[in-house]
Write a protein that binds this ligand. Structure first.
Ligand code: PEP
Ligand code: MG
Length: 541
């Protein structure tokens, strides 16, 4: 076990101790039992314990978010007491003579499927609740602990897979690099790594059981390899490479304070993508022209309950103040797909990328959306804040959003709060939005093209699916033509258009983007000066 190759999804080289993240096994084993009565008693005891946990969650949610937000835990408690559900579990134990956890998995799934097959949307949605309850019971029966995310000091995080929520929960000063067995380059974990400037490798064929926390690793995020227990020579190589990189960065430093202007005078804004207040510091350090994409959903990840309006207001206000006169574009909540938080109860979906996510959640659960909108409107008083909405597919959606913005405004007015309605834009990240960009341009103040999702939906490729990575091509002619069409429609209607998807940082396309007339590129902070260098050396003519 020494050197392994993987996909380099975020550049950089580090050497340091590893922290192996402990995960629980999601497969429930089927074990024969000769004491079915005992297993039934264990399931009943687990149900009592689960109800106590749910009661505690209800009480906490009740004080923090009020009755409507807490009601789900009460409903779960009631479901757990449902005789039919418990009887079905006992029947599986008795007839198959198997362990309780397995019986819960089988009976729970058949209940969930029964709910999903129902006509009524409300009943359909209960399938996810049954799965949640069953998982809770299984967790108690199998003695699962929450994944251990504690990291003692700076280390290379090694795991089978990671979620954005897990990254957000870790202390970022402790993350030297990420190395995972699974994961795709366009996943949000990879995007986060690039935004945070942390070297990362994915798809590394590791046998985790042969590693242990504390052993040394050299991660080469350029060449795509990790070396465990590197030799003296390998460490020396890493030291020299790191120095070379430092030197390149020093050369780029001289570009700070300079404009992003071509030799023949065409200029373009280069902004930063961020997911937190800490990232805003990186944006400033790299001389960003502003924040072109603040992925606000990261404020919702890695926690147990919704961030309050006040919490959000404080974060947005601090980012805006930090950026001074520079603009900060807050992208409203884009949850769903790989960005999950249990308390949203989004449930399992067969096709999450095409599912209940982003603006769809906001329009269906307007209370969540309006809490965020009120926070944004209040923070807009303190700086140059703009707001944009993700996953738009129609003019009607924008009109519904505006109606909710107006409701949020009236609520603030009634409460005597100070607020300002910021300029509003939409993300162009569905083929539908591209095709109606002429109509959308009449409604909004700007466009920001989300090439990550636009590629996913145009090429019909799930961006999370690591098997399809060879097919995921954001430089596809279709995408480039779409970008051209969006820019043209934006300019025809007197609004600006930028790119905030990862393609904006593709240095092989920078010249093309400037020629296409894009007004803004928003990229990971570490890419800003690299793009500036290219732009200053090119001429449009
Ligand atoms: C995009 O889809 O290109 C985008 C910027 O949004 P996200 O990657 O967060 O989905
Ligand atoms: Mg997107």
């Amino acid at each position: 076990m020494k050197e392994f190759c993987g996909k380099p999804v975020s550049r950089g080289i580090v050497v340091g101790p590893i922290t192996l993240l402990e995960r629980r096994d999601s497969q429930v084993g089927r074990r024969k039992t000769d004491d079915p009565a005992g297993e039934i008693e264990r399931v009943k005891a687990a149900a009592v314990k689960a109800r106590q946990q749910l009661k505690a969650l209800f009480d906490k949610a009740f004080t923090e978010v009020g009755e409507p937000g807490a009601a789900i835990f009460e409903a779960y408690g009631t479901m757990l007491g449902d005789e039919e559900y418990l009887n079905a579990i006992c029947t599986v134990i008795q007839t198959e003579q198997v362990n309780g956890a397995y019986a819960v998995a089988v009976a729970g799934e058949s209940f969930a499927e029964m709910f999903s097959g129902m006509e009524d949307d409300y009943m359909k949605a209960r399938a996810a609740d049954v799965r949640d309850i069953s998982n809770r019971l299984i967790g108690i029966l199998e003695g699962y602990k929450e994944a251990d995310l504690s990291v003692d000091g700076p280390s290379v995080i090694v795991a089978d897979d990671l979620t954005p929520g897990e990254i957000v929960q870790m202390d970022r000063d402790n993350i030297l690099a990420l190395v995972t067995v699974h994961g795709s380059a366009s996943s949000h974990v990879a995007i986060l790594a690039r935004m945070m400037n942390i070297p990362a490798l994915m798809g590394v064929p590791l046998e985790l059981s042969r590693l242990h926390t504390g052993m040394e690793a050299l991660v080469d995020g350029f060449g795509g390899r990790v070396i465990f227990e590197p030799s003296k020579g390998e460490r020396e190589w890493a030291r020299v490479r790191m120095e070379e990189e430092q030197e390149k960065l020093r050369l780029l430093e001289s570009l700070k304070g300079k404009e992003n202007v071509t030799r023949d005078g065409r200029s373009i804004r280069i902004c930063a993508n961020i997911g937190s207040l800490e990232d805003a510091r990186l944006a400033l350090e790299n001389d960003a022209g502003g924040i072109g994409l603040f992925r606000s959903e990261f404020l919702y990840l890695g926690r147990k309950e919704f961030p309050t309006e006040e919490e959000q207001f404080q974060t947005y206000k601090q980012v805006a103040r930090m950026m001074g006169e520079k603009r900060v574009i807050i992208r409203t909540l884009d949850m769903g797909a790989d960005k999950q938080a249990d308390y949203f109860h989004l449930g399992e979906e067969k096709n999450p990328a095409m599912g209940y996510r982003a603006i769809r959640i906001c329009l269906k659960q307007p209370d969540i959306f309006k809490t965020q909108l009120r926070a944004v409107l209040r923070a807009a008083v303190s700086g140059n804040i703009l707001v944009m909405y993700p996953m738009i597919t129609s003019v009607e959606e924008v009109q519904r959003i505006y109606a909710l913005v107006e409701e949020a405004r009236q609520e603030l007015e009634a409460a005597g709060a100070s607020y300002r309605i910021p300029k509003q834009g939409v993300m162009i990240e569905t083929p539908a939005a591209v095709m109606i960009s002429d109509e959308l341009a009449e409604l909004v103040d700007f466009f920001s093209i989300g090439t990550n999702d636009l590629t996913q939906y145009t090429l019909a490729i799930d961006r999370q699916n690591e098997k399809l990575e060879d097919f995921y091509n954001p430089c596809h002619k279709a995408i480039l033509r779409m970008i051209g069409m969006v820019v043209e429609n934006a300019h025809k209607h007197g609004i600006w258009a930028g790119i905030c998807g990862e393609l904006g940082a593709d240095t092989s396309l920078t010249e093309k983007f400037v020629r296409m007339g894009l007004d803004e590129l928003s990229v990971a902070p570490s890419m800003i000066l690299k793009l500036r260098k290219i732009i200053r050396e090119m001429s449009v003519s």
